[in-house]
Design a protein around this ligand. Structure first.
Ligand code: HEM
Length: 460
């Protein structure tokens, strides 16, 4: 409580940097829907000229955050967590520890990096089975065009695949208690912290664990999940590291993957001319391989390029990346100084749309990355999960997303299934409905937009 009282009294930090804000109304509610406009203005005025700027920090108002141009990335990305903290940023954003939750730390990363990524090569077929089972169960029969809400469907498909990889067959079956718990947990974890942020003053967040129904539900579900997991863990001590990945990061990873999956589906519907070539590639690769493997999925190069283009245009749902909080005052080589506790970030969304990085950046070009990979020195670069220099979508350096290979393979499995069995289109009366929605530092595909789906009469 004393700490909370102190932070209530703390004065906002002043920075010796240009502060970019709206003309006129600068209320918190305006930032919720229009933050992209501030980043865009700052990118044009400062970032594109190699200069930093500051703006309102949605996770730490009234303190500012610093938006850095990419020239500072090399000095930041390999710094140790103790010096330049990623997890403090995640905690500020998710407010988990402030509402009675467990702190998140490097254990989760270790689990994903050393456990899951190594196991991924053996997991493709089980993941495919989990994907097909979830699709069969969740997608309604639609011999004729039927209106379907795709977002909950996609969440369930990734919930099935995540459970398959994280907890295995003992717990992860389609109708299992684990599945239902984890679905309800995702729902609660996505809404409760947001509700707390708007209904409690920062210094009273801690009280929400006793007074807010959503937060109480989150922790109850987590306790029950631990009870279910404990005996399985004991029986599989050797797999402990992988199983530690069951925490909040997994939820965030799954939400990110579902958002990316829905963005890709929307992009395919907006760019139907590429679909026959993607389908032809899927059929060709599948007929040359008895089952899906990592190698076979790797041969889906046009699909991969399409996915990376979708990720470029929508920045995998985030406007900024490589957010870090210096634990002590940090001074760059050019004397730029960031005080301890002030969030710094890189404008990944606008970087993706910078003509200096990608020619003709406003055009959705499904073959853009495929063409780069046709150059011999780039054949293993610029695939969907590459954290290459042309994008910061996956972060960079020490904390670059270790779940990106899992995301790549599960997204491909889902798209392969959907594109070979169904047709998709937007209903005429939904023409004016926005496909993407801005929320603070995120741009998400509209989760409330229904689409029309129909079973294919013939295989592609
Ligand atoms: C499309 C889906 C995903 C996106 C867009 C995404 C994005 C990111 C980003 C931007 C970071 C921060 C990197 C940095 O700041 O340098 C990150 C870190 C992380 N992600 Fe993902 N992620 C996705 C899926 C996943 C999945 C499926 C998992 C787990 C299975 C996962 C686990 C993690 C972990 C553990 C970290 C922290 C890494 C560290 O501290 O070293 N992510 N992710």
């Amino acid at each position: 409580l004393r700490q909370n009282t102190v932070s209530r009294r703390a004065r906002p930090t002043k920075l010796n940097l240009p502060y970019v804000q709206f003309d006129g109304d600068n209320s918190a509610s305006r930032y919720v829907a229009e933050t992209e406009a501030i980043l865009s203005k700052g990118y044009a005025q400062y970032t594109s000229k190699g200069q930093p700027f500051s703006m309102r920090n949605p996770n730490d108002a009234p303190n500012p955050m610093v938006i850095l141009p990419v020239k500072y990335l090399d000095e930041v990305r390999w710094l140790p967590e103790q010096r330049m903290s990623f997890w403090r940023h995640i905690d500020k954003q998710s407010i988990l520890t402030q509402i009675g939750g467990p702190g998140i730390n490097d254990e989760v990363t270790l689990a994903a990096r050393s456990g899951m990524n190594r196991a991924l090569v053996y997991l493709i077929e089980p993941l495919n089975e989990a994907c097909v089972a979830a699709c069969t169960k969740e997608i309604p029969s639609c011999p004729e065009w039927a209106s379907v809400l795709p977002y909950p469907l996609i969440i369930k498909i990734f919930a099935g695949m995540s459970a398959c990889a994280m907890v295995g067959p003992e717990l992860g079956g389609l109708d299992s208690e684990w599945q239902s718990l984890s679905m309800r947990y995702v729902e609660a974890a996505l809404s409760a912290p947001g509700v707390v942020k708007v209904s409690y003053p920062t210094w009273l967040y801690w009280m929400s664990q006793y007074t807010n129904k959503g937060v109480r539900t989150m922790w109850k579900l987590q306790t029950r999940a631990s009870e279910l997991l404990a005996p399985v863990l004991q029986a599989r001590v050797a797999a402990t590291e992988e199983l530690k990945a069951k925490g909040q990061r997994k939820v965030k990873g799954r939400r990110n993957t579902s958002g990316a999956g829905l963005s890709m589906l929307f992009d395919l519907m907006e760019n139907p001319e590429v679909l026959p070539d993607i389908q032809e590639e899927i059929v060709r690769v599948r007929s040359a391989n008895p089952t899906w493997t990592r190698r076979a999925l790797g041969e889906l190069r046009l699909l991969d390029s399409f996915m990376r283009e979708s990720a470029r245009i929508h920045a995998l749902t985030q406007y900024t990346a490589v957010q870090r909080i210096p634990t002590e005052q940090w001074t760059f080589k050019d004397e730029l100084t960031i005080p301890a506790g002030i969030t710094l970030a890189f404008p990944s969304f606008h970087h993706n749309l910078d003509p200096a990085i990608h020619p003709d950046p406003g055009t959705f070009d499904p073959r853009r990355h495929l063409r780069k990979r046709e150059e011999i020195e780039n054949t293993h670069r610029f695939h969907f999960a590459s954290a290459s220099t042309d994008t910061m979508n996956w972060g960079s350096g020490r904390h670059a997303c270790p779940g990106r290979f899992f995301a790549q393979e599960t997204l491909k499995l889902m798209l392969v299934h959907l594109l070979t069995r169904y047709e998709f289109k937007h209903a005429d009366d939904k023409t004016g409905v926005p496909r993407f929605i801005s929320r603070n530092m995120f741009s998400i595909p509209n989760p409330t937009l229904p689409i029309l789906m129909r079973e294919r009469k013939t295989a592609p």
